[in-house]
Design a binder for this molecule. Structure first.
Ligand SMILES: Nc1ncnc2c1ncn2[C@@H]1O[C@H](COP(=O)(O)OP(=O)(O)OP(=O)(O)O)[C@@H](O)[C@H]1O
Ligand SMILES: [Mg+2]
Length: 245
């Protein structure tokens, strides 16, 4: 009899902790696995450790203890010269955006594609498509420093996804958005997920994870309260209809 096997893990953390001097334990003993193709949410009150966890997975910060395996890389053994190989496979939409204020919107988005040596025509086409999807076409040539917070947030998301990452880490991706733009961002995320991208979305916004049958992980005081139900093929497959109301 044919039996569906769960997809292989693409993110795996084993007993990971992060300390900041002198005495902040931002994350304690975190273990979980994310399957390739999964879309899941990371929740928890302010200060719970969501951003820290995303920083460890993207290797912006180094763990103090434990093992992280991300997109086939053992992060503890990854040297400086190889970090770019990891970064090609992941996209990060930062909570504080990290845009280049003196470069225009199109340039900010193109950066993630230029580093993976995409053709100029591909880059231009991808930038145009993403701006359209995120309701920013008119801002193509505007300097990032002259955008509203909500516009900056959407540019940061477009930059994170432009190079078709295998994993997208999105940190409060809708924190500054109205309902219409939130729905646009989520519909881009569902589309990426249907195309095989694995998404980890840190959010306070219950309206995002109320929809669909997705795993929800909750952090409290740097500890993982729950990692959600065990992985099955059903929570890796995108529901047919999944829209925000
Ligand atoms: N660079 C740092 N140095 C010292 N402490 C830090 C640093 N970064 C984070 N922390 C501490 O680690 C804890 C977790 O912070 P983190 O930013 O991960 O929380 P969060 O869940 O993302 O919160 P929010 O919802 O407000 O974004 C907090 O107590 C914070 O003060
Ligand atoms: Mg945060």
């Amino acid at each position: 009899m044919h039996q569906d096997l769960p997809p292989p893990p693409i993110i795996e953390l084993i007993k990971v902790s992060k300390f900041y001097p002198p005495d902040v334990e931002a994350l304690s003993d975190i273990s979980f696995t994310v399957a390739k193709g999964e879309m899941l949410y990371l929740t928890g009150i302010s200060g719970a450790g969501k951003t820290t966890l995303i920083q460890l997975i993207s290797r912006m910060e180094k763990e103090s203890k434990g093992v992280l395996d991300v997109a086939g890389f053992d992060l503890g053994k990854l040297n400086h010269r190889s970090i770019h190989l990891l970064r090609r496979k992941i996209g990060v939409a930062y909570q504080d955006f990290k845009l280049l204020p003196n470069r225009n919107v199109a340039d900010n988005i193109a950066i993630s594609m230029e580093v993976v040596h995409q053709k100029k025509s591909n880059i231009a086409e991808r930038v145009r498509t993403l701006l359209e999807q995120l309701n920013l076409s008119k801002k193509y040539a505007t300097l990032a420093g002259e955008l509203s917070r909500g516009e900056q947030q959407r540019v940061a998301i477009a930059r994170a996804v432009a190079h078709h990452p295998e994993i997208l880490l999105a940190d409060e991706p809708t924190g500054n958005l109205d309902a219409e733009n939130t729905a646009r961002v989520m519909s881009l995320f569902y589309q990426l997920n249907r195309q095989g991208c694995t998404l980890l979305i840190a959010t306070h916004d219950k309206s995002l994870y109320r929809v669909g049958n997705r795993r929800i992980m909750e952090l409290r005081g740097g500890r993982l309260l729950s990692a959600g139900p065990p992985l099955t093929t059903s929570n890796t497959a995108a529901p047919v209809v999944e829209t925000l109301t």
